[in-house]
Design a protein around this ligand. Structure first.
Ligand code: SER
Length: 323
């Protein structure tokens, strides 16, 4: 199996989880940049790959006898707003090439979709699996178009492509690469390092969130699910917890009473967050492939703070930035 974008927030942890589960000899990591820390290339084969270079991509898939692609290479929402053309190109053309290669070389695909597929006219509380989808961010436009293209390839060519609509993902490894939900990661580093944080979303902005172990579990469980039981494919709502910046602050303060938060709203990211669900209804994922997350706000907060405190005591707390 091949992971594109394997040095990103999800890729850096999913690649390791796949290696542990299926054997590192069965996993090929790839990214547009070099794995300079060796975190993946020390464990499994690593290819420098620009997913927009069709021939190179095809050759990597052929050379390694790939039959499953976790296509994670993409631009997140806030970065996409700063260069919409580039986001369209990477997110759509990268997926288009992945689907074409998968069709020709008979690969299955995992496609990470997002809460970004929804928009201001979507019901934002308990957002149904099948509902109004008129995203207003370029990121959302590419993720929704991507879902449609994936379903087209499944219907037209029988490509086994499955996707999950990820909420904001919180992790203590690689930082996210410029999304609207990033505050929920930054706040933990700030709490442990400086006991204070300035948040770019308002205190009462609800968003759906998930801890990384559950995000990894979703990718693995969905790809292992019995295809005959899937009514939906691209993509499934998956939900684990939802909270506001005010609520997560109070949860962190239970562990670090001196922690303080200030608000300095970024209008671009606030507008995106306001157009996204407060929480999704993920019953289709629960029924069709047994989705069952482990971490809620309380368990995630305790584990994040434990992990970051441990790194602080070893002097390795500086977060790893994506290039
Ligand atoms: N975390 C993503 C973002 O904020 C949402 O899928 O862009």
């Amino acid at each position: 199996m091949l992971v594109t974008g394997s040095l990103g927030q999800i890729g850096s942890e999913l690649t390791v989880a796949l290696g542990e589960r299926y054997g590192y000899g069965n996993v090929i990591a790839s990214d547009i940049k070099k794995d300079s820390s060796g975190r993946l290339s020390n464990r499994c084969a690593f290819e420098i790959l620009d997913v927009l270079s069709f021939n190179d991509y095809k050759e990597v898939v052929r050379k390694h006898g790939i039959n499953r692609i976790y296509h994670l290479a993409a631009v997140l929402s806030a970065i996409a707003e700063s260069d919409p053309q580039r986001a369209w190109n990477i997110n759509m053309e990268g997926l288009n090439k992945t689907l074409e290669i998968a069709r020709k070389q008979k690969c299955s695909i995992f496609f990470p979709s997002s809460i970004g597929v929804f928009g201001p006219t979507t019901p934002l509380d308990g957002t149904p699996q099948d509902t109004i989808m008129r995203p207003t961010s370029m990121y959302g436009v590419t993720k929704l178009s991507g879902e449609l293209l994936c379903d087209y390839y499944h219907r037209r060519y029988g490509v086994d492509v499955r996707g999950a609509r990820y909420p904001g993902i919180i992790s203590n490894g690689m930082l996210p690469g410029g999304g609207t939900t990033d505050y929920a990661v930054e706040i933990f580093y700030a709490a442990v390092m400086k006991k204070k944080y300035t948040c770019f979303l308002s205190e009462d902005t609800y968003l759906d969130m998930m801890y990384m172990p559950d995000a990894i579990k979703a990718a693995i469980d969905l790809m292992e699910a019995d295809a005959g039981k899937l009514v939906h494919r691209n993509s499934f709502n998956i939900s684990a917890m939802h909270f506001t910046p005010g609520e997560i602050t109070r949860e962190i303060q239970k562990h670090l009473p001196g922690f303080v938060i200030k608000y300095q709203v970024d209008p671009v990211r606030q507008a995106i967050a306001d157009s996204w669900p407060n929480y999704m209804d993920d019953s289709a994922a629960r029924i069709e492939w047994g989705w069952d997350p482990e971490y809620d706000l309380e368990a995630m907060t305790a584990d994040m703070l434990r992990a970051l405190e441990e790194r602080r005591s070893k002097g390795t707390l500086e977060p790893e930035q994506q290039a």
